[in-house]
Design a protein around this ligand. Structure first.
Ligand SMILES: Cc1cc2nc3c(=O)[nH]c(=O)nc-3n(C[C@H](O)[C@H](O)[C@H](O)COP(=O)(O)O)c2cc1C
Length: 530
């Protein structure tokens, strides 16, 4: 079914935003039925994670060469290190009280602050943690043991016998609870599964690199096998990406484990009343699933062919080209940057510098060790520059092959960037708005429907990197949704045949926000359910 690519293309077409779709929508938010942002098991015990964990100091985002970050001497694989990785990816950094309740904001952004992404760990015995399959609760800062024993071999098998999973002490797995985000974004929320997991991945990757840990991101796996291992509820939640961390640092070869018995533990209901089903989500999810190790291996091998298609593209539509000018900057420690991060709610319309823009663009060229991209990428980066010193206002393409920006259009009114972002004035005020785009058809033709997951997910990682790189330089950022076809039309003819995946605006905030805090282990279940 993965090869029947009509599913991905139809889904994408049907979930596009346009002026008409927005103005004719009669969707309303049922606040009484708003999903809970935390998953609590009712009959399985949880254990507290250590809160005296090391913090990531080295800010790899601002470093020019990050291909060989060596392990600092004090990096020890134990439950404290795991706690740090989990906290700086998705821990609670701010508590905000509103008349209608409390919001628990997190290390990474999330569309609509709905937090559909859950984290699981499949680990060998490490100091402070027995081998097992665990669920991470960021609110209580606890782990719930779902299975005892070392499941890394089975996980590796599910990922087409991936050696890296066996060589790593643990793998962090990101999953999505569909209803959490569908409550607001309906069928389009399937795109958000990958956006929201991509931005968490950007934080996880930066944190792991800061500790000198090698990490890989794996999108090719037998869905059913992984979902069952994690005790997920079928057609309500599903796995997105496997991230083995600390490659090469496992202390023992995993032994053959028994196939896990099917078991879905009871949880505190996510919503008070009925969850609305969006069949388009599950239709595409099933159609993009891989069903055997063999299928996984074939799929992973076919990725190289997509890159050939992209390399063959040639566009001569630029008016002018200028090399970017990145400069090494001395930034605060990564931990401070992640605590400082929050989506900017108002930009000041003050300009950013060309060097700051260059540093952000340069940070997006760094390799992501994964089964889907390494040094290459499926995503093209376009942007509208409203206020950047030393470059003309206009529309640009970032040519990653030669680190240049190609001017595509001049005389672009700043209202255009806001209009394309669903008429949100925030993105007219931004100094620059990035639009991540891709040519979906050849990608899904080669990779099947699963290629769609990959494009959305890589865009999510890029969005997360833009946030971190912007905050490292004292600039604010916010992700955005967009009018799909209007973005393509605006950047055409250069972007003809390409589809927008994600947008992100950056600029100088119009206010000073307080940094977040490490709020690990500060809340009880009843605090979080209030
Ligand atoms: C992919 C993505 C798209 C987003 N889209 C919008 C948007 O269209 N408009 C907006 O105001 N904020 C948008 N946001 C910001 C979220 O609302 C914000 O991340 C969330 O409220 C959590 O707050 P925080 O980022 O300050 O932690 C987006 C964030 C992401 C990651």
């Amino acid at each position: 079914m993965n090869k029947e690519v009509k599913y991905a293309l139809e889904y994408h077409q049907e979930t596009k935003h346009s002026e008409v779709s927005i103005r004719s929508s009669n969707h309303y938010l049922d606040w009484d039925n708003k999903p809970q942002p935390f998953k609590f098991y009712t009959s399985v015990q949880s254990i507290p994670l250590p809160v005296d964990f090391p913090v990531p100091t080295l800010n790899v985002i601002t470093m020019k060469d990050t291909d060989h970050v060596s392990s600092p001497d004090n990096t020890i694989i134990n439950s404290k290190l795991l706690s740090s990785l989990l906290f700086f990816s998705s821990g609670i950094t701010r508590e905000i009280k509103f008349p209608n309740g409390r919001y628990f904001m997190r290390a990474a952004p999330a569309t609509g602050a709905l937090y559909p992404i859950e984290l699981y760990i499949v680990s060998e015995n490490i100091s402070g943690l027995q081998a097992g399959v665990y669920h991470f609760c960021p609110g209580q800062f606890t782990l719930t043991k779902l299975r005892s024993g070392d499941y890394r071999l089975l996980l590796s098998e599910a990922a087409g016998y991936d050696q890296v999973i066996r060589d790593s002490p643990f793998t962090i797995i990101l999953t999505s609870i569909a209803w959490r985000n569908a409550w607001k974004y309906q069928a389009r929320s399937y795109r958000h599964w990958f956006w929201d997991s991509g931005v968490i991945t950007a934080n996880l990757l930066a944190t792991a690199m800061s500790f000198g840990l090698d990490t890989k991101f794996i999108l090719g796996f037998v869905d059913k096998a992984v979902n069952e291992m994690l005790c997920l509820d079928e057609e309500k939640e599903a796995s997105i990406v496997l991230a083995p961390v600390g490659i090469g640092l496992s202390l023992r070869e995993p032994q053959q484990a028994e196939n896990p018995a099917k078991f879905v533990p009871d949880i505190v209901p996510i919503s008070k009343s009925k969850e609305i089903e969006y069949p388009q989500i599950w239709r595409l999810h099933k159609a993009s699933s891989l069903n055997s190790n063999d299928e996984v291996r074939k799929w992973t091998r076919s990725i190289a062919m997509v890159q050939d298609i992209k390399e063959a593209e040639n566009n001569d539509m630029k008016l002018q080209s200028k090399l970017i000018n990145p400069e090494s900057i001395i930034s605060q420690p990564l931990s401070n940057i992640i605590l400082l991060r929050g989506s900017t709610r108002k930009f000041s319309r003050r300009p950013i510098t060309f060097v700051q823009l260059s540093n952000i663009l340069y940070s997006l060229t760094k390799a992501i060790h994964s089964d889907f991209v390494d040094k290459k990428s499926m995503i093209d980066i376009y942007f509208i520059a409203n206020d950047v010193t030393n470059i003309q206002k206009g529309a640009y393409f970032f040519n990653r092959k030669n680190n240049s920006i190609d001017l595509l259009k001049v005389n672009v009114h700043r209202n255009m960037s806001g209009y394309l972002c669903l008429e949100q004035s925030l993105f007219s005020d931004a100094s620059v708005v990035f639009y991540m785009m891709t040519n979906l058809k050849p990608i899904v033709n080669t990779l099947g429907n699963r290629g769609y997951r990959l494009c959305q997910f890589e865009s999510g990682i890029i969005a997360g990197r833009i946030y971190l790189s912007a905050y490292s330089q004292g600039i604010g950022a916010s992700g955005s949704t967009f009018y799909d076809d209007a973005v393509t039309e605006f950047f055409s003819p250069h972007a003809k045949d390409k589809d927008a995946m994600i947008a992100v605006g950056i600029g100088i905030p119009d206010y000073k926000s307080k940094p977040g805090k490490i709020l690990a282990g500060k809340f009880s279940r009843s605090d979080l359910l209030s």
